[in-house]
Write a protein that binds this ligand. Structure first.
Ligand code: ADP
Length: 373
């Protein structure tokens, strides 16, 4: 069974409905319509098939889609000890505004302001009796605005999965998502590129209509290794519309296999973070020594600033298509120093430099590999 270790979270203990929930996993996207709910539901069903106890909370007040994608046989809501009982869909506990007969999701939702929306989401989430769950998947409202920020602050989210599409502009969205979660100390553990390619009937060729490369950039720049692609697949949409998620209906489909890989990688990464195996070094500049990275085990690593500057892999320093270096290494002064160093997500650090070059991003893996000067 894919279940990670229990932990106690004071915020969870304040919310009676969430008391026995081990992991809250946010599935998030910057824009609507990228397939966030489709991914959330198929991921939840995949985890459930492994034997884990799973719930799905649809936090989208304006456009709740859970009631379309999963259709519990009985949608009458009951309460017990002031908590609402979630609905049951094939052993998965589900709750959405779409199931609340007079709740938001109808025409009233459009006129609600941010704070009201957050309050209502919070009430329904914490007021549902989730019982004992290994994973509660939160299908977040799209965007990285106030509603999402506040929600992430009030709910003790363990980790985030970001869903995006392959267009160039979407990369900017992923960065925004990673930054928002980072601000709130929520690690982004996986990125899913949905509708990444198309395969015609009877043809093995994957047609990447919007190009590739986003996933490699995530690895290079943010150190996020768990990135996956899901094709544009009419069946995925058809089965969602029919209320029968693909991973349950066609468990042998290659996309169902991809969801198993996503689930496995996500669970493993959450476990690694819990155990402290994902080490974020603290980095600072020390005159006479260079950049000093202090790892969680206390080990100090000295890094030559000029060497690090030369390793920048941003679009100004590396030709994206060919991977060739644009930056002339000899143009980097030996006495260059960082003007600012700050973490960027859980796996990388951003550095501004004294030569005016800003926001170089270095995965911690690269830092660890760098030899001392
Ligand atoms: P979001 O939650 O981001 O608003 P949804 O999951 O509701 O997006 O998906 C939007 C629409 O796109 C739905 O009709 C869904 O069935 C369809 N869809 C999502 N992912 C895919 C895919 N990979 N291939 C084909 N259709 C998809």
């Amino acid at each position: 069974m894919m279940a990670d270790k229990k932990r106690s979270n004071p915020l969870m203990n304040q919310s009676p409905g969430l008391e026995k929930v081990t992991t809250l996993l946010a599935v998030s996207s910057c824009k609507g319509g990228v397939g966030k709910s489709t991914v959330a539901v198929n991921l939840a069903c995949t985890l459930s098939r492994t034997g884990a106890k799973v719930g799905i909370f649809d936090a989208d007040v304006y456009g709740p889609s859970l009631p379309t994608i999963v259709r519990p046989p009985n949608t009458d809501l009951f309460s017990r000890n002031d908590l609402i009982l979630p609905l049951n869909f094939k052993g998965i506990k589900v709750m959405s505004f779409g199931y609340v007969p007079t709740g938001p999701g109808g025409s009233g939702a459009a006129i609600m302001r941010g704070p009201m929306v957050t309050q209502i989401i919070n009430q329904l989430l914490t007021g549902t009796e989730w019982g004992e769950l290994d994973y509660l998947i939160i299908d977040m409202p799209p965007g990285t605005g106030d509603v999402q920020l506040t929600l992430t602050q009030v709910i003790p989210i363990t980790a985030a999965v970001i869903v995006t599409t392959p267009q160039e502009l979407s990369f900017v969205d992923v960065v925004k998502g990673i930054q928002m979660f980072h601000k709130l100390k929520v690690p982004t553990v996986s990125v899913i590129e949905n509708m990444a390619y198309f395969q015609c009937d009877g043809c093995d060729k994957k047609h990447y209509l919007f190009g590739t490369g986003v996933r490699q950039r995530l690895v290079d720049q943010f150190g996020i290794k768990n990135s996956f692609e899901i094709p544009l697949l009419p069946d995925l949409s058809r089965l969602s519309d029919a209320g029968t998620p693909l991973v349950l209906e066609q468990p042998d489909h290659p996309v169902a296999q991809t969801f198993r890989e996503i689930a496995e990688a996500t669970v493993t990464e959450i476990g690694r973070i819990r155990e402290g195996a994902v080490g974020m070094p603290e980095m600072r500049f020390v005159i006479g020594r260079g950049i000093v990275a202090t790892w969680p085990d206390g080990r100090e690593q000295d890094i030559d600033p000029a060497e690090l500057r030369r390793r920048c892999r941003c679009a100004h320093c590396i030709e994206e298509m060919t991977g060739q270096q644009i930056l002339d290494p000899s143009s980097v002064p030996e006495d260059i120093y960082p003007t600012e160093i700050h973490p960027m997500g859980n796996y990388a650090v951003a550095v501004n430099w004294s030569d005016g070059h800003n926001s170089s991003i270095y995965p911690y893996d690269l830092i660890a590999e760098m030899a001392a000067p």
